[in-house]
Design a protein. Sequence first.
Lengths: 110, 119
Amino acid sequence: QAVVTQEPSLTVSPGGTVTLTCGSSTGDVTSGHYPYWFQQKPGQAPRTLIYDTSNKHSWTPARFSGSLLGGKAALTLSGAQPEDEAEYYCLLSYSGALWVFGGGTKLTVL
Amino acid sequence: QLQLQESGSGLVKPSQTLSLTCAVSGGSISSGGYSWSWIRQPPGKGLEWIGYISHSGNTYYNPSLKSRVTISVDRSKNQFSLKLTSVTAADTAVYYCARRDGVRGTLNWGQGTLVTVSS
């Protein structure tokens, strides 16, 4: 079964920029994996930030963006806010029949 | 506005069957183009995809759970369900239901429900 990898933890300064990545053990991540990005704060359900690589939900702040970067899916946060401190998960689809989550990235805004 | 609400037994004994239901409001489960998923999260750990059922009724399961999982739809009640057999303590988790729009790609989550496996 495919393994999806994320940075375990990252730190960003308030107002700074950080990029989280999502890689696949099977090779390059492409738009065909329909990459998703979710934000989860303690005690809350995850909420979808990005779907299909770069599309935003209506509630997704403009400072978040998704892309493909160096064979991985990427989530870039530009102008970090204290409220962005959370766990971030990516999700990849493998031929539509198998979905695999990454292990999550704990983002600290400090 | 779409709402997904999980319900079911919060405490299940080892070796028994975990059963959960996700009630759909603000939309019809019979509408085309959507798939209906279950996802879980053990306490303090990451998310795990359990499986989903497509609009056409096809089911897709996590290979590690496939032998124990069944996802089904009840169109008359506008809800879908999860059954997980032969549970152990490792199945203790918050269980989430979700809807994916196969056309737009959006994915909406329920609030989750904690299921504890213990005697």
